[in-house]
Design a binder for this molecule. Structure first.
Ligand code: XMP
Length: 513
């Protein structure tokens, strides 16, 4: 990887596929950065980009408020690929015309290509592409030629090859565009001249060198949760500066069965990190005693977490840097949108910056989740941790409905461990993106042997999802559910009923609280 020599800019015009475009580019081993359409032309000139991709967007170019960048961008000699709105913006800015159709062209659409175009080299004459637009380019700007059409779209793509400007109405980045990857590659390698040498191994070595230079002989602290992001971030810093990094692992007692010991084993024993484990279960349970309201529980845990962390940090004396596991989607999503607060997510990476550090270190700021996993494997983190399913900051507290007691925690931990074990044994642990047990606040009547029981109900939750924003309930085979159910009833005391949650998100959320 050499970011300085080979970076593609993905200019965000507000489209829903912006991150997907960036991922596709990175999948071609080309580094790219998402930047706002408001980025100044001076900054773009300085950045030495190999190429620029305009994303889609929901506006019409002729609306006054629609996102627009400086037209000088087309004069810089940097190749530009406009997608959907980006294509229309290019046409409109350079003197072409954009019109609004009566009906939207939407879905899988057969596009006829001029395969003499450098962009479509190797593409079939007719190929299925994903379309989603109402506006269309009705007249191409001077110097441009049409390179593909559909029965209803006169300009499915256009180009001015001598100026290296290309525009496609369809979306190469979505899987439905069958040969989308091919024309994206043509753009990156044949038009922009990228080499494709962005690799995780070089990312890891270069990041370690950069971190070493940045940190010097100063001290770093990191809140380690055992989650993938904070683990990979901490390990990168550890490789760079060794014992100058201290990791604080706040064990709030709300982790899954044996998880605290596992985290300690991996990081202290395997990686020889300087790790402080704070066993703060009692402290958290005292604060949570008698509290049933989900948001209140979350808030208490979040605040207490920070308090414990601060106390431990103080004991270390002066520490200049705080390391956090922020990843690229967090960076891109923060500041965008005004989504309603459904749950106040508490993330152990989200410590307040005002604890008094000189700076924050975020080595994963530019990586997508799958890239973080690759980096983790590269660093030698065990595969089961790298592929660990997400686990919420407030832990089991939001999987026990109602108030939390030690006894309830034990029941849930045991039931959850059985469920996870059986899913892994069945080889479904990567297919089902998140799966866990919930201790409902319900007791029901049962019969065991000759006697009546009145005991707890465990709910099992399993979901498939790509982004955790929406999710479907996992179709776990009945025989596996049956085995989990009977094991929980037999092996976990005080449970006499097991149910499976068959609600998608929305309307439900993944967690129960
Ligand atoms: P929901 O329940 O909102 O969860 O559908 C979506 C994803 O977020 C995880 N989650 C959290 N993660 N702190 C976290 O770090 C939290 O407070 C939190 N609450 C939910 C949840 O496990 C799922 O993966």
């Amino acid at each position: 990887m050499n970011i300085k020599n080979e970076t593609i800019m993905v200019m965000d015009f507000g489209g829903q596929y912006t991150q997907l475009i960036a991922r596709r580019v990175r999948e071609c081993n080309v580094y790219c950065e998402i930047k706002s359409y408001k980025t100044s032309i001076e900054e773009i000139k300085k950045s030495n980009y190999k190429g620029i991709i305009f994303t889609g967007g929901s506006n019409s170019v002729y609306e006054e408020k629609s996102p627009k960048c400086d037209k000088e961008i087309f004069e810089l000699g940097i190749p530009v690929l406009g997608i959907c709105y980006g294509a229309q913006f290019m046409a409109y800015s350079l003197g072409g015309e954009v019109s609004s159709a009566n009906i939207r062209e939407y879905g899988n659409t057969e596009v006829s290509f001029d395969t003499n175009s450098i962009l479509f080299n190797g593409v079939s004459n007719k190929s299925i592409c994903w379309m989603s637009h109402t506006d269309y380019i009705s007249k191409v700007p001077e110097g441009f030629v049409i390179t593909s059409t559909t029965p209803v779209c006169p300009v499915a793509s256009m180009e001015n090859n001598s100026k290296k400007l290309y525009a496609v109405q369809f979306h190469p980045e979505v899987q439905h565009s069958i040969e989308g990857n091919l024309y994206l590659k043509n753009f990156l390698f044949n038009v922009c001249g990228c080499k494709g040498d962005w690799e995780m191994s070089s990312f890891v070595t270069e990041t370690i060198t950069d971190l070493r230079n940045k940190i010097g002989n100063k001290k770093v602290i990191c809140a380690l949760s055992g989650g993938v992001d904070s683990s990979v971030a901490a390990l990168l810093v550890h490789k760079a500066v060794g014992k100058q990094l201290t990791c604080i692992f706040v064990d709030h007692g709300l982790l899954r069965k044996d998880e605290g010991d596992q985290v300690e084993n991996i990081f202290r024993k395997q990686f020889d990190m300087s790790l402080i484990r704070v066993n703060a279960k009692n402290r958290f349970l005292e604060k949570l005693a008698g509290i049933s309201e989900p948001e209140k529980k979350r808030k208490i845990i979040g605040e207490e977490f920070i308090r414990v962390f601060e106390e431990e940090a103080k004991k270390l004396g002066k520490v200049e840097y705080l390391c956090q596991g922020t990843i690229y989607p967090d960076v891109v999503e923060s500041g965008v949108g005004e989504a309603a607060v459904i749950k106040s997510h508490h993330n152990v990476g989200g410590l307040p910056e005002d604890i008094g550090f000189e700076g924050i270190i975020e080595p994963l700021r530019n990586l997508f989740k799958d890239e973080v996993r690759k980096a983790g494997l590269e660093l030698g983190i065990p595969a089961n941790l790298v592929w660990r399913q997400p686990f919420p900051g407030p832990g089991l507290a939001i999987r026990i409905m109602g108030d939390i007691t030690d006894e309830k925690l034990e029941i849930l931990k045991d039931a959850d461990a059985i469920f996870r074990e059986e899913i892994t044994l069945a080889g479904l642990d990567r297919e089902i993106n998140q799966y866990f047990a919930v201790l409902t606040n319900i007791k029901s009547v049962g019969v065991m042997g000759d006697g009546r029981t009145y005991d707890n109900t465990i709910a099992l939750r399993g979901v498939t999802t790509s982004d955790f924003m929406t999710a479907d309930w996992a179709r776990i085979p009945y025989d596996i559910l049956a085995k989990v159910s009977s094991r929980i009833i037999n092996e976990v005391k005080n449970v006499n009923r097991v149910v499976y949650d068959i609600t998608s998100k929305p309307p439900a959320t993944i967690e129960w609280e």
